[in-house]
Design a protein around this ligand. Structure first.
Ligand SMILES: C[S@@+](CC[C@H](N)C(=O)[O-])C[C@H]1O[C@@H](n2cnc3c(N)ncnc32)[C@H](O)[C@@H]1O
Length: 276
């Protein structure tokens, strides 16, 4: 099937057993479609955008949807999938509170490290305006091209896409008012270098580091096991931030509530000012 140029979503299917089902076909390469989320009896994966599972052919999804129809109420909506995913995320991500935690405004310089497809990059760019600057850092080719496409499509002239290294976000020393890291720290294998010589050095004294991640309150599991589960406990990360020289200002174990995903925690830290 040719790339349809948009995606269609089937959302909020509820089985009689009240199993939430949610899947969305997203625009992708010609001839392929992606399914996000989970369908009953199909996958134990968590629901929600971001969980991608390759489905060789759309007919697989359609066959599955047909079989579900015998026992579910199906609400199908034709809409651009990525836009809808963004709107869904706006509902629970508490972007205004993240911007407040970063303590940034018009004219601020900020980095989104591990920016991915640029959900926060876009919000940051609109918030800091034409006189501000957003450095969208990633190490993956796919993410870097998504970020460039986003900046071009949305006319975000204040966004600079930066190819980082696994141990270096390649940001200028003392150039930033704030750094944001969302759902990315657990992927940073060289976290000590990323924190200390990367983000700490790039912040101006007094600059903020705000981090959001998923992770249980249990910090007793090894770091490797937490990374493998794509999560990090807040307590562990707080210790790592302090070891890198940051002052931890705020800890919120249940920052987000999302019916389809575990909550994210939020940590707010700052690079100490001289003498503090
Ligand atoms: C799950 S995505 C999160 C994307 C985005 N922050 C969001 O919340 O939508 C994690 C991203 O971190 C990136 N990443 C992993 N290690 C990195 C590193 N050392 N420096 C920069 N980016 C990194 C990955 O390539 C990936 O794009």
């Amino acid at each position: 099937m040719a790339n349809p140029g948009f995606a269609w979503s089937v959302e909020n299917l509820w089985t009689v057993e009240r199993v939430a089902v949610r899947f969305r076909l997203q625009p992708t390469q010609p001839g392929t479609l992606w399914l996000t989320g989970a369908t009953p009896g199909f996958s134990p994966m968590k629901t929600g955008p971001g969980t991608l599972m390759r489905m060789g052919h759309p007919s697989l999804c359609l066959r599955h949807a047909r079989s579900c129809l015998t026992r579910v109420l199906l609400i199908a909506v034709l809409q651009p999938g990525t836009l809808q995913a963004q709107r869904d995320r706006d509902d629970w991500q508490r972007v205004p509170d993240v911007l407040a935690a970063l303590a940034i405004g018009e004219g601020s310089y900020v980095a989104d490290v591990g920016a991915g497809s640029g959900y926060f990059t876009e919000h940051l760019a609109r918030h800091v305006g034409a006189t501000g600057r957003v450095f969208a850092v990633d190490i993956s080719d796919r993410a870097l091209s998504q970020l460039r496409r986003l900046a071009e499509r949305e006319g975000l002239e204040n966004v600079e896409v930066v190819r980082g290294e696994v141990d270096d976000p390649r940001l200028l020393a003392e150039s930033l008012d704030a750094v944001l890291v969302v759902n990315a720290y657990h992927e940073m294998t060289e976290y000590e270098a990323m924190l200390a010589s990367g983000m700490f050095t790039a912040l101006k004294p007094g600059g903020r580091l705000v981090m959001l991640e998923r992770g249980s309150a249990d910090s007793s599991r090894s770091r490797q096991r937490q990374m493998a589960a794509h999560e990090m406990s807040l307590a562990l990360v707080a210790r790592e931030l302090e070891a890198a020289g940051f002052d931890v200002l705020e800890r919120d174990e249940h920052f987000t509530e999302n019916p389809h995903q575990d909550p994210q925690w939020m940590l707010v830290a700052k690079r100490p000012t001289q003498g503090s």
